[in-house]
Design a protein. Sequence first.
Lengths: 139, 643
Amino acid sequence: MTEMTFPRFWTLRASSTEFGALALAAALLAIAARLPAAAELAAACFAGNAFWNLARADKPRTRLQCGLSLPLLQILSPGTMLVACWLALASVVIALRENGWLARTASLMTLVLPSVLLAGCRAYLDWLGYPWPLQGLFL
Amino acid sequence: MDGCPMEDVLRHGSSQDVLRAPEPIGQSLVAAGLLTEERFAEAIEIQRSTGSPLGHIAVAQGWLRPFDFYRHLAAHYGLRFVNLVEDPPDGDLFEQGKYGEYATLLYLPWKRDADGLVLAVTDPDEELLQKLRQQYGKNVSFVLTSRLDVLWTVQRLASRQLALDSVFRRAMRDPDHSAMHVLTRPQKVAIALMFLAAAACLCLDAAATLAAGNAALGLFLSCCLALRILLVWAGSGTLYQSRTTKEELDALDPKTLPVYSILVPLYRDAAVVPTLARALRSLDYPKSKLDIKLILEGDDPETIEACKRAGLEGCVELIVVPPSQPRTKPKALNYALSFARGQLLTIYDAEDVPDPDQLKRAVLAFRKAPWDVVCLQARLNYFNWRENWLTRMFTLEYSLWFDWYLPGLEALGIPIPLGGTSNHFRAEVVRAVGGWDPFNVTEDADLGIRFTMSRWRVGVLDSTTYEEANGHVWNWIRQRSRWVKGYIQTWLVYMRHPVIAFKRLGWKGFLGLHAFIGGAFLGPLAFPPLALMFLVWLFTRTKMLDSLFSPATLAISLALLLAGNGLLIYFHMLAAWMRRRPKLVFCSLQLPAYYFLMSIAAWRALWQLVTKPHYWEKTEHGLTSVSAYDRDDFSPVLDAPGQ
């Protein structure tokens, strides 16, 4: 008995989750290829897709995507850093939807921890006197 | 046997006449005063929905004593009833290779009389009788006995053979993939050569050797971290892809449900038997299609007594394993496997509280899954997570492991090391691969990888079993030592023939095995020296350690320290959040302290691997003060469809 298989065709239709994965891949590729504008656009798409989905339904991938999108925006350029700030504010709004301060704070932490972590890493390396390795990402 | 009108028919008559009874058994049971009218009506209702024989339903529900039922059944069909304890069978008639068949088809050769062989059966089912006639010849005759009589007799006469089988079957069949020997000769030689080479390099240039070792460790741990990031990403995408929906469950026809065997190994678990009994009674599955085996150890009278006192229904049977070495759970499971009658099979631990609909979900998931999916691992979590710091940490770890990592492994096609409980199997495949390795103390992880090596697939089931988290530090260290020791055993077993493993698992599976299983023991082993180096450097700023860290190694080490630990904490936070346990989100920040405990357990495991490789450290259960049925503690995955 063998499993029946069907040929897979490439289609332009992608689910919202797949879109997030594609945007992340595009952003990472653009960073590797030193294409700042493309990286910023892809990262913004990744973050926008994440927060749009999270506003609609709290799902594991969506929350993870939100959490990862903030540090990605932080490291790219001052422009995307600004977007990250706005999205951090959006995180607060999303967290406020929860019942009780414990849940609200916990929700906020699951959204902004990677961002806080990135800032902490940078501060720690500064304190040690090491250069920040992501300093000149597109230089 | 004289005076039994059906006896001649059974011996020589047409098959159709055999089952023709004067009146339906249910009415006859009522007329004999063995079943009340109300129970009879209930049994008829259940029979309509499940299609099970009425007598089996009444026995399985506990409405009728099995002994009374079988005696009545014999009279009903005009057969002689024999009590095998008072009138034991002739042991010489037993065939060694057929013990499993006796136990699963529930018959055995009883005596040989002048006319031929007499078989004791528990069900005058025509299909079975025909099969037995074909096997033993037309001159065979039948008497009726009870199911428990058959099981106890098989255990009494065949316990030695079954015990030997349960210990050595796997090792005899495939010695290269058995943990009976921790290391094979080539492995010993390879390890000796590695040590010699390391010693030679240290003599030649100690600093460079240590720096190279440090770099290699950093690279390996980076790969482990990268795999975990991938797993979380992939797992988060499939976490909500419910294999079974509520609508599908409701539409399930009970008539089509298969017989489901549940194996519950118990050892010094008398305290948790009441919880177990309640959990088993709560299962939403027709009792007449349940085949529950409580697997007990012969030298554990307290648990045997507790099981007898629990007043368990007729669908529960006690299997007593004779005391022998190695005293491990997989040996007990192998022993009981010979008695399992179900097409599907699962394992629960003594303290488990599975979701009531878990068996139905597993049936549905198996039907929907491709034919090569032979095992489904349900999610495990803890009901007593609030109890103390350790239970909170343990719960965090399990939430990430079972809710995120395992679905990720499935999505990426990497072998899944099964958890010790709530694995649902196609029973025939478990038999085909030789059962569990009794010498491996994480037999579950080994079996999951063996399935993948045999080109079968393992999946994850969207249902949770709640267990008792270990809240006592020493008990926890003992349990974790066993797990880590088992992971090392498993890794060593599959690295005996790395080329074969590579071919069978594929590159993803092979690398995943190293990074996931290897990381599970190498990470905790490496944590104390790495943490110590970091702390010494942080507080003294010594230059002594500079030679160990080239610029690249330093970058990797710093990334692991900061981003690696940070990300792992973050992933645990997400896992806690998706279990709707916000308090645990904050507890994630304390994970480094938990890693330290894990390291103690890992080093203890390494020591035990050398000194007592097959020693099974029994985890004490029933120590919690939290009730397993405190429903507030049951927090399903947020918004998961069908949950």
